[in-house]
Design a protein around this ligand. Structure first.
Ligand SMILES: Cc1cc2nc3c(=O)[nH]c(=O)nc-3n(C[C@H](O)[C@H](O)[C@H](O)COP(=O)(O)OP(=O)(O)OC[C@H]3O[C@@H](n4cnc5c(N)ncnc54)[C@H](O)[C@@H]3O)c2cc1C
Length: 497
């Protein structure tokens, strides 16, 4: 019997499998297709996701194969800038570039190479999950492959099977619809000649006759999106001549090749339940958003980071399975914010289009692309008013044996304590929790964190505790509270001590 079966070998399923497998559990991945997705959908990721890639050992390879954007503008139909936001480029608090433009088939190959070198993972491609039945501690999957039906057993099932998730449907989970349904033509092209179009400047073209998006991807990859206008059909817009006509202000067949141009329906929706017993869903199966923020895949990778260590604690008998309820409690509000923020960028585009036609438009208070992701609503020590707890912990560089190392590489996939003042004598219970969870204690010396990424934290706290997903659990102002914060993990994460 497999510890975990994952339906879907897309970016979220493959990262989820990899993360749970590095904890030593055996995983089955099932996917209807064979090979990586032949075309790009996701194109943008960030430094937080790079930390996940780094945990799995391939962040550097991902970064080497990316480009960047230094500006995003909302423009009029003639591409005159109306609002422009500079994008941060420097390696920031996460220890990696803050945003990266990748090419999805290439990224998937990198992820899959890592998955396929992991002996704990078995992969069945060209295999479709048809149904499953649940007994007390066992789920039996019925799958079809080339007309043959086979069955597989697992303790936990995770549906990473995309927007039309079979797992979600079989579990009869409904979705909260955030009311944003639009059809857009998405075209991916590759430059074959040097072309005079912006190299690092993304544009939201607020043309009331046809809103459009331009994103310069890595190397010669260029992404274009065009809204379908009332009365237009998908077939009409997908015709090659029509696609080249839409692309003509930017590129033409003499200087670029077209990879594909397909109409996608953009939705804003979240599944109402993310866990039923031993069945869970993640990625697009749990949430869908229009791509204006480029955050759909990242939201799914955050799901995987939130879930893998909780599932590990349950599978290894160190936590009760109530910990799995904290998955939706923590991820749903965060994902809902991301969906809403993606919709609000769509609304800025619509508002500026209306303004171009002489209609009134007062932008809502919204930072567009400059927003900060929210903190976790629970699973933290006290509250997030310190603007530290519930947020990803910055990543200091540590000086070890004369070499500077990213702290994540010292910590691995464990809980961790960062302190500059050492650890006082702890209660027996706190000691037991440190041992049970194998909490890494990292004492920062004067040579560590020369970049001052932890400055704000240590100006408030003597010690902080960080979860395996790199989110700060909490900090204490006095080392006298060291046992208290460690002991509180027992109830926060249903530990069996
Ligand atoms: C135009 C566009 C642009 C985007 N841009 C970005 C971006 O810049 N950044 C970003 O982060 N996100 C972006 N996204 C969103 C991103 O592409 C998705 O969020 C991401 O691909 C979801 O990954 P997933 O693994 O959850 O699902 P998917 O990639 O959809 O994978 C699901 C897998 O499940 C398999 N499957 C489904 N049903 C079954 C079954 N019954 N049995 C077996 N296998 C099954 C499928 O074959 C598939 O391989 C964009 C999306 C679009 C459409």
């Amino acid at each position: 019997m497999f510890d975990v079966a994952i339906i879907g070998y897309g970016p979220v399923g493959s990262i989820m499998a990899n993360l749970i497998a590095i904890k030593g559990h055996n995983i089955l991945i099932i996917d209807a297709n064979k090979g990586t997705s032949p075309t790009a959908r996701a194109i943008n990721t960030d430094g937080e996701q790079c930390r996940t890639f780094d945990l799995l050992g391939f962040a550097e390879e991902v970064v080497e194969n990316t480009g960047y954007i230094d500006k995003v503008s909302f423009t009029d139909a003639e591409l005159n800038e109306i609002i422009t936001q500079d994008q941060p480029l420097e390696i920031g608090a996460m220890g990696w570039p803050p945003q990266l433009l990748f090419y999805q088939p290439e990224l998937e190959k990198i992820i899959r190479y890592s998955v396929e070198s992991n002996k704990n993972i078995e992969i069945k491609e060209e295999t479709i999950l048809e149904n499953f039945s649940i007994e007390k501690d066992k789920i039996t999957l019925s799958c079809s492959s080339n007309g043959e039906i086979s069955q597989y057993e697992c303790k936990y099932l995770i549906g990473c099977d995309g927007a039309s998730s079979s797992v979600r449907k079989i579990l009869k989970i409904e979705r909260d619809d955030l009311g944003y349904d639009q059809d857009w033509l998405v075209a991916d092209a590759h430059l074959t000649q040097t072309v005079d179009i912006p190299r690092h400047h993304a544009k939201q073209v607020c043309n009331p006759k046809r809103p459009a998006t331009y994103v310069p991807g890595r190397r010669g990859h260029r992404r274009f999106e065009f809204k379908l206008m009332p009365g237009e059909s998908k077939e009409e817009l997908e015709k090659k001549e029509k696609v080249w006509e839409l692309l003509s202000p930017w590129i033409n067949p003499d200087n670029a090749s077209l990879e594909r141009a397909d109409v996608y329906q953009f939705h804003a929706a979240l599944a109402k339940d993310w866990r039923i017993g031993n069945c869970l869903i993640a990625g697009d199966a749990a949430h869908q958003m229009p791509p204006f923020m480029g955050a759909g895949m990242g939201t799914g990778i955050r799901d995987a980071m939130n879930l893998f260590w909780k599932l590990d604690l349950v599978l290894s008998g160190r936590a009760g399975d109530d910990i799995l309820d904290t998955y939706k409690a923590e991820r749903y509000p965060h994902a809902k914010w991301t969906v809403a923020q993606s919709v609000s960028i769509g609304k800025i585009i619509e508002g500026i289009c209306a303004q171009q036609e002489g209609k009134e438009f007062t932008p809502e208070e919204n930072d567009g692309y400059g927003v900060k992701f929210p903190h976790l609503p629970s699973g933290i020590f006290e509250d997030a008013s310190d603007e530290i707890s519930g947020y990803p912990c910055p990543q200091p560089l540590l000086s070890r044996d004369g070499i500077k190392q990213l702290s994540d590489r010292v910590v691995g996939s464990k809980f961790c304590i960062f302190t500059r003042d050492g650890i006082p004598k702890l209660s027996n219970k706190a000691e037991k929790i440190i041992e049970t969870l194998d909490i890494q204690i990292v004492e920062l010396s004067e040579e560590d964190d020369e970049e001052n990424r932890m400055e704000k934290i240590f100006s408030l706290y003597k010690l902080i505790l960080v979860r395996p997903d790199r989110y700060v659990y909490g900090g204490i102002e006095s080392l006298d509270d060291a046992s208290k914060i460690i002991e509180s993990l027992e109830t926060s994460f249903c530990l069996k001590i």
